[in-house]
Design a protein around this ligand. Sequence first.
Ligand code: NDP
Length: 243
Amino acid sequence: MLKGKTAVITGAAKGIGFAIAVALAKKGCNIVINYRSHIKQEVIDTITALGVKCLAIKSDVSKFNEAEELVKTAKKEMGSVDVLVNNAGITKDGLLMRMSEADFDSVINTNLKGAFNTTRHAAGIMLRQKEGAIINISSVVGLIGNAGQANYAASKAGIIGLTKSTARELASRGITCNAVAPGFIETDMTNVLNDEQKKKMTDNIPLKAAGKPEDVASAVVFLAENRYITGQVLNVDGGMVMN
Ligand code: NDP
């Protein structure tokens, strides 16, 4: 179903975003990798070795005009934008009473507004195509909160509201929008934790292990392929949060 389609994945030069790019490429999807600071040539080579086209576009998705340029360039170079994965995200942790306004704003602007920015521009293309799948990467923290992550949790909870509203607005035109909420996944983002903190995290996970980027990627592929699921949040968290 994804063969020959085009997927735009934000923040995909490493971590979960890169795993999503690989998983979609394995399904025959042409890939647009968005990155902010830098990308290694081997990232692009890994994707093209899977027999699909791969385009890397530098842009900061927190900027409305840069997100527009990203989506426009993807459409111009690849011919369509069929799947949009809003994966780019940052953390700037700190207790609420010590959190600066700048740290609150930058996390909201990247994680939440970034997803709005790309969706706002990709939706027009998908509406004309009468087809599309938008998948937003939230977090279980957006569902249950986390001490020291008021900005991050707010951005990830906001993504869920954005997802459900987008799903309702675009459903009649054959466009789905869903969220994936990962728990504790082994990437650079969680590598800042020390061994003791990591052990504490995994002890609290029913499946007793951290997840891998590929675990999140397979959930994204499932949602990209399925044409009858929309407005949902799929937790990929080893059972941390059971609704
Ligand atoms: P990483 O830090 O490994 O990757 C995040 C990527 O986002 C980086 O490539 C980064 O690029 C990019 N990025 C950041 N800001 C921007 C921006 N403004 N524009 C474009 N790209 C940007 O994190 P993960 O792979 O772990 O996280 C991926 C997503 O999954 C995030 O949304 C995160 O919140 C979410 N998540 C992760 C969990 C985990 O346990 N790892 C758990 C729950 C959710 P650069 O390096 O150039 O800044």
